[in-house]
Structure formats: C-alpha cells, structure tokens
Design a protein around this ligand. Structure first.
Ligand SMILES: C[S@@+](CC[C@H](N)C(=O)[O-])C[C@H]1O[C@@H](n2cnc3c(N)ncnc32)[C@H](O)[C@@H]1O
Length: 201
C-alpha cells in the first residue's frame, strides 16, 4: 500500500473518498472528471464486502480501493497532497454534535494537514429532528449553522452550501434517506482550509 500511495501522491490531482460504501459515488467522481489520467482516486472503506463491491464497480487504472480504516490510511499520505476529500453520509461518530469532541482532531488535524491549501473537504450529511418528527426549516438551519461553525473552529471556511445531496449522486444510504425526505433532510457542505492565524481586532 505504501508503494501505491507514493505513486498516487505524484498524480496532479488526488481525490479521496472516505467510507465509500459500494463505490457508486466514486464511480460518479471518475465520470465527472471523465477519465482524466492526471487524477488519482482513492476510496477507503472498512467493510470488506462493500470494498469488494466497489472494486468490481470502479475498475480503472488510476483508482485504488482500500479495505481499511481511513484514519490508518490517511496518516500515510504526505502532508498537503489531497485536492478533494469526499464524505457522503459519514457515520454519526464522524459528524454528530454529541461526538464532536471525538471527531474534532480527525478533521482539524488529520484532514486539515493532508489537504492542499486550496483543497476541498466535501461533506454530505443528514439533518434529523431529535424526536424523529419532520425536520422544520428552523431545525435544519440551526443544525447546518452549527456544523458550519464547528468546522470553522477546526480551521475550515465554508465555500458552498447546497440543500440536499449533489445532483446525480446515488449511494446505498443516499437512496435509503431519499425515501423519507420529511424526516431526513440532507445538506452538502464544501469547505476549504482557512488561515488559522488570529483575526485582527
Ligand atoms: C453511513 S455509511 C455511508 C456509506 C456510503 N458513503 C453511502 O453513502 O452509501 C458510512 C460508511 O463508512 C464506513 N466507515 C465508517 N467508519 C469508517 C472508518 N473509520 N474507516 C473506513 N470506513 C468507515 C462504514 O463501513 C460505512 O460503509
């Protein structure tokens, strides 16, 4: 893997999907960049069955599918070498406010250090009402704004915010969540690294 990573990191552009499931989004990303040979793609998934399905689905020379914990693989990347990190519906351990303390170093240190200066962290996540009622506009914007603030404090500036998942994306969980649009709303947040130096008074 270390050998492969060295090659991947020499590519002009590096795109990494974390928790890629069965690889549908990764396949879509490869199509989006229309087979551009200067792009290297890495999909990381801890579930072996899903990683094997992704390998069957996205079979291209510049795509590497890794069956492992993404923390253990990301740490092997050189600093400032990734152009785009994509997370589609990350597990609650990596996005829920109740686990904020646990996931902060993952984004604020690990991902922050591996992204290029103009690199993008794209997160598609779900917004759910605590009582599993339909998600009101107030609940939706309160939770989305909380995420934007939390990522700002971890060193990321919001680049774009889109209600719902990116157009044309499908995945196991996107399709599951789309079936209940009242109680599960989704948002796509693109972040870039911000200058962490203190703001002038
Ligand atoms: C909610 S699912 C979303 C899967 C896929 N992105 C989708 O939209 O269908 C979260 C995925 O992340 C994977 N995952 C969670 N933590 C992980 C970790 N630390 N390293 C690698 N994969 C992880 C899980 O196995 C699962 O497939």
């Amino acid at each position: 893997m270390k050998q492969d990573l060295r090659k991947i990191q020499l590519a002009e552009k590096v795109i990494v999907e974390l928790g890629m499931g069965d690889g549908r989004v990764l396949q879509r990303l490869v199509e989006e960049y229309s087979g551009d040979r200067s792009v290297a793609y890495v999909g990381i998934e801890k579930d072996k069955i899903l990683a094997d399905q992704a390998r069957m689905r996205v079979n291209s020379q510049n795509v590497s599918i890794v069956n492992s914990m993404f923390e253990q693989i990301l740490i092997l990347f050189y600093d400032q070498c990734i152009d785009l990190v994509v997370m589609v519906l990350p597990d609650p351990d990596y996005i829920d406010p109740v686990h904020h303390e646990k996931w902060s170093p993952f984004y604020g240190q690990l991902i922050h250090s591996k992204l290029k200066d103009l690199g993008v962290l794209k997160i598609v996540t779900e917004i759910i009402d605590d009582l599993l009622e339909p998600v009101s506009d107030v609940t939706y914007s309160t939770q989305v704004n909380w995420l934007i603030d939390a990522f700002f404090n971890l060193g990321f500036r919001l680049l774009t915010k889109k209600d719902g998942p990116p157009l044309g994306y499908t995945s196991l969980y996107l399709d599951k969540f789309r079936a209940d649009p009242q109680r599960i709303r989704m948002v796509t947040l693109d972040f870039v690294k911000r200058n962490k130096s203190p703001l002038p008074i």
